[in-house]
Design a protein around this ligand. Structure first.
Ligand SMILES: [Zn+2]
Length: 95
């Protein structure tokens, strides 16, 4: 696994704060803008922006992710793991 330190960012769906990303495999290439992120708190799918903070994946992007068998398998494994484990923190209400 490769860990990349990112600027502090909040999950657009649940508000979970993160400052790093961990690759799904040891041989994964370095983190790049446009890469997919699975939130470790709520399991939603996000995309790294140019500054490596997160934005919510669009419906079209999610459809595209799910069309690729390998990507879909990896994402579903990560989401299943995080959902079974449960939330790390409750949803943050942002004003
Ligand atoms: Zn989240």
């Amino acid at each position: 696994m490769r860990t990349t330190i990112t600027p502090p960012t909040l999950c657009p769906s649940c508000g979970y704060r993160s400052d790093r990303a961990i690759s799904t495999t040891p041989e994964s290439p370095p983190l790049r803008p446009g890469d997919i992120s699975v939130c470790v708190n709520c399991s939603c799918l996000n995309i790294f922006k140019d500054d490596l903070t997160l934005r919510k994946a669009t419906e079209a992007e999610i459809v595209s992710m799910m069309e690729d068998d390998e990507t879909r398998h990896i994402l579903q494994q990560a989401q299943t793991f995080f959902r079974k484990r449960g939330l790390l923190q409750p949803k943050v209400v942002q004003h």
